[in-house]
Design a binder for this molecule. Structure first.
Ligand SMILES: [Mg+2]
Length: 151
C-alpha cells in the first residue's frame, strides 16, 4: 500500500490555527490541512501512519483525534517508539515490520513533517513549515511523489 508517515504538530496543527479542541487535550487540526490531507488520500489512495509524538497517547486516542477533526478513514497505524532513535529510524522499522503483513506492506511512501531528522529517508520527506502546515504546495508535492511522477 501507499503510506503517508504523518507528523501532526507543524503539519496538521499549525501556528496560524491554534484553537483548543473540545474532543481531546490539545489543538484542533487546521481546516486547510484537513482538506489537503483528504485530497491527497482521495487522489492517491494512500493510508496514514502517524509518526508524531502524539502517538504515545495510543491508537484509540489518535482515532478520536482524527475523527473529531473530520478525518473518518485512512488511519491504519503508528510508527514504533524507539528510544534514542531518529524519526527516520522509527519509520524504517515500521516499513520493515510491515513486510510480513500483506495487508500493511508499504510499497510507496512519503513523510510529511516540519522537521528533517529522517536520516537516509530524507529524500521521501515533504517538509512543511510549522506556521502553515500542510499547505497547497506540500499537498501537490505529496501527490506527485505518491503517484510516482517525481522522486
Ligand atoms: Mg512536527
Amino acid at each position: 500500500m501507499k503510506v503517508i508517515f504523518l507528523d501532526i504538530d507543524g503539519v496538521m496543527i499549525t501556528g496560524t490555527h491554534l484553537k483548543p479542541s473540545h474532543a481531546y487535550n490539545g489543538y484542533e487540526f487546521a481546516p486547510v490541512a484537513v482538506e489537503n490531507l483528504k485530497e491527497i488520500i482521495e487522489q492517491t489512495g494512500a493510508a496514514i501512519v502517524v509518526s508524531s509524538t502524539w502517538r504515545t497517547g495510543g491508537f484509540a486516542f489518535l482515532q478520536n483525534m482524527f475523527h473529531s477533526n473530520g478525518i473518518a478513514k485512512g488511519l491504519v497505524g503508528q510508527t514504533p517508539v524507539i528510544h534514542y532513535a531518529s524519526r527516520g529510524q522509527e519509520i524504517q522499522q515500521y516499513i520493515e515490520e510491515s513486510k510480513w503483513d500483506p495487508t500493511l506492506k508499504v510499497d510507496r511512501f512519503i513523510i510529511l513533517d516540519d522537521n528533517d531528522d529522517m536520516g537516509h529517508l530524507r529524500s521521501y520527506l515533504v517538509r512543511t513549515h510549522w506556521r502553515t502546515g500542510l499547505d497547497e504546495e506540500a499537498k501537490e508535492q505529496a501527490i506527485q511523489m505518491l503517484l510516482g511522477k517525481k522522486e
